[in-house]
Design a binder for this molecule. Structure first.
Ligand SMILES: [Zn+2]
Length: 334
């Protein structure tokens, strides 16, 4: 069980975040934003295995790579594709889909489930490749409290921030998990077997007595002795918003105590006026957010191309570290 991630795209160019949520028996792939050329950093088999795409908003630098993804997944057989984004997402995606001719599709597979997020409401629709994406099947319109996904392994929460238009911020939180402490198992002289599954399964009745090697054991007591508990990991994705009271309050509530914060740093602190004008963050503002939300680690990304000459974007890292020392640039950046 773990969360792994990679910032896609080069410094000063369009960026995105890829998250691999390893749930032991299953791997979930989550992509945050979809700008130009971001897929160059992924293997083709990864691109065709993405489960969820989360759009912060639909400015070109966050969405112009979508056609590339669509080309490789329009007829996916293995599983549906889920897309989430602020209000208007369904319309935007359907426009892309309808931008092509579909007269030869016959019964081509492909299911697309798209949700529009607003403050209190989630509207979800479904599209089929076999219909040439012409029909919008409304699945539901429900009141919601910001939780987009909540399964046995992880949760995804969203909050809309101020980028003149709404810009969605997300956090992925792995559920706490446990595994068998092998040293304890050996020290009690117990033989591993199918009974361990009962121990790991949280829905098993704890009052049960189970048989191991011909002896009776109380399941609750065994759990206490043999299960090692682990706190779930978390990663937050913040991009494109003004550092105003509205966004600060929402961000603090959304990402409190997150382990890894991936946060835009479009401008140096010396260009704070530009950041304010364009509804973006400076390096110092990103660092303040990491500090006030008690994050463990900050990764700066989505930095303006103006700092590419001579790798000046490293200065933004130095600035951020004056406030939040545990700040880094993406590993694959020079
Ligand atoms: Zn933007």
């Amino acid at each position: 069980m773990s969360i792994q991630y990679q910032i896609l795209g080069k410094p000063g160019k369009d960026n995105a975040l890829m998250v691999w949520m390893n749930a032991g028996t299953k791997m979930y792939r989550l992509l945050f934003d979809c700008g130009e050329n971001i897929f160059a950093d992924l293997k083709p088999s990864e691109i065709t295995s993405i489960d969820y795409i989360f759009f912060s908003h639909f400015h070109l630098d966050h969405a112009s790579g979508f056609d590339y993804f669509f080309r490789r997944n329009y007829d996916r057989v293995s599983k549906p594709i889920y897309i989430f984004g602020p209000e208007g997402t369904t319309k935007f995606i359907q426009h892309h889909m309808l931008g092509f001719k579909w007269n030869l599709i016959n019964n081509i597979p492909g299911e697309w489930i798209i949700s529009d997020i607003s403050d209190n409401q989630l509207v979800t629709s479904k599209f089929y490749t076999s219909e040439g994406f012409s029909k919008r099947h409304k699945i539901n319109k429900k009141k919601f409290d910001g939780i987009l996904i909540n399964n046995n392994h992880f949760k995804v929460k969203v909050s809309l921030l101020n980028h003149i238009i709404p810009s969605a911020a997300f956090i992925v939180t792995e559920k706490d998990w446990s595994n068998i402490d092998k040293e304890e198992l050996t020290s009690f002289g117990l033989t591993a077997g199918p009974w361990l599954e009962k121990l790991k399964n949280p829905s098993t009745d704890e009052t049960k007595i189970i048989q191991i090697d011909g002896k009776s054991f109380n399941l609750k007591k065994l759990k206490k002795l043999l299960l090692k508990k682990h706190e779930g990991d978390s990663i937050a994705y913040l991009t494109d918003f003004l550092y105003d009271q509205f966004s600060k309050t929402r961000v603090k509530k959304l990402i409190k105590n997150c382990k890894t914060l991936v946060c835009e740093s479009q401008y140096s602190s010396s260009d704070a006026a530009l950041a304010k004008k364009n509804y973006h963050l400076t390096s110092l503002q990103s660092a303040r957010i990491a500090k006030s939300s008690n994050a463990s680690k900050l990764i700066l990304f989505h930095i303006s191309e103006r700092y590419n000459f001579d790798k000046r974007y490293h200065r933004l890292l130095e600035e951020a570290r004056t406030i939040f020392p545990n700040t880094f640039l993406p590993l694959n950046w020079p």
